[in-house]
Design a protein around this ligand. Structure first.
Ligand code: PMP
Length: 351
């Protein structure tokens, strides 16, 4: 019955999300969730909200959350946009800021949602291959283009682009918006949010799904010059002016304000990442340097798809991408130390 489809739907290639099995017995290391619980203050705030006012519509501007994010970064709420997960924020950024006559640039390999958004919004794009060691060279992004987007650290490789390189790119492309997708920045990188006041062409997108352990709540945000934020608000208000529900607003606000919990959780993840990396290397894996809450690793003597299937049969799920250049890699989320040890044991028995 596809004769009923619009031309937009006909050209879509929808994103294939990671598997989300809902039973608890699996060791789930496939979609980069945080193994630790969210801030207890966030959980309490949501409990209070649940007992109070779900009868009423939420604040359409998510004012308390924008204020908390702005305060944390020494900016104003006019610099902040919020949405249902950073995926939604990114979708609005593609529509509002990244569509021009010239092609949008992003790396090949990077977040596989980007081409999906380009097709949704009919945006011309060109992918730029990463170097052999999967690093990103900003010299490849200095020519005429319609805009630039990249994850930093990159996904699924985990490699970080240093902040001074991000800044050189912003300075070299003043006429174009540069979107830095910082879903994983809290696990070892310096955020480009510190550059927002100097570069009106910068939009930084972050999420509460990873370092704040709130993937299930669906909250993401963007920080940038108020003119860029206005463009996002225009698109948002053309869809649905209540982007976040009441639980998300209070839970996310409390999570952003709980600096202590944030810091201890991300430090625990980073320490486990080092242990996991050492354990994989001891088993003969080559592990890319990661600044994220996952590692990207390949074994010279073993097929990645076979290893992923073998782990799966033992109740451990990791991500395997059947794509050129990366088909020999496994992307493994950093779990608790116990989960990482179970993974290493299971691999040891296979190699
Ligand atoms: N950007 C990147 C690079 C990601 O890997 C993800 C998670 N899949 C997201 C954005 C979206 O995360 P969320 O919608 O949960 O904020």
């Amino acid at each position: 019955m596809s004769q009923y489809w619009s031309s937009t739907v006909s050209r879509l290639t929808p994103y294939t999300p990671g598997e989300q099995p809902q039973h608890q017995r699996l060791i789930k290391l496939n979609t980069n969730e945080n193994p630790y619980p969210p801030s207890p203050r966030a959980v309490e705030a949501m409990g209070r909200e649940l007992g109070a006012s779900l009868r009423l519509y939420p604040n359409p501007d998510s004012t308390p959350l924008k204020a908390a994010i702005a305060r944390r970064h020494g900016l104003t709420p006019a610099h902040v946009f919020v949405g249902n997960g950073s995926d939604e924020v990114l979708a609005h950024a593609f529509c509002a800021l990244l569509k021009h006559e010239l092609p949008l640039l992003f790396p090949d390999i990077s977040y596989s949602f980007y081409p999906t958004y380009c097709k949704l919004y009919d945006i011309d794009y060109r992918t730029v291959p990463l170097a052999d060691d999967f690093s990103l060279d900003i010299d490849d992004y200095l020519g005429p283009c319609g805009g630039i987007i990249f994850p930093n650290p990159n996904a699924p490789t985990g490699r970080l682009l240093a902040l001074d390189a991000v800044e050189r790119l912003l300075a070299a492309q003043p006429q174009r918006v540069v979107v830095v997708d910082e879903a994983y920045i809290d696990f070892g990188g310096d955020s480009a949010i510190s550059l927002v006041e100097r570069y009106p062409n910068l939009l930084v997108v972050q999420t509460l799904s990873k370092s704040r352990s709130l993937a299930g709540l669906r909250v993401g945000f963007a920080v940038g010059h108020p003119a860029l934020i206005d463009a996002l608000e225009r698109v948002k208000n053309s869809f649905n002016s209540y982007p976040l529900d009441r639980m998300a607003i209070v839970g996310a606000t409390a999570a952003i304000e709980d600096e202590e919990h944030f810091d201890s959780t991300r430090r625990a993840v980073m320490a486990s990442r080092d242990t996991l990396t050492a354990g994989l290397e001891a088993l003969g894996f080559e592990v890319l340097p990661s600044a994220a809450n996952f590692v990207f690793a390949r074994h010279p003597g073993h097929d990645a798809a076979t290893l992923a299937a073998a782990l799966r049969s033992e109740g451990i799920i990791v991500r395997h991408f059947n794509a050129p250049r990366i088909a020999q890699f496994l992307r493994i989320t950093v779990g608790t130390d116990a989960e990482c040890q179970a993974l290493l044991e299971s691999l040891r028995a296979r190699l």
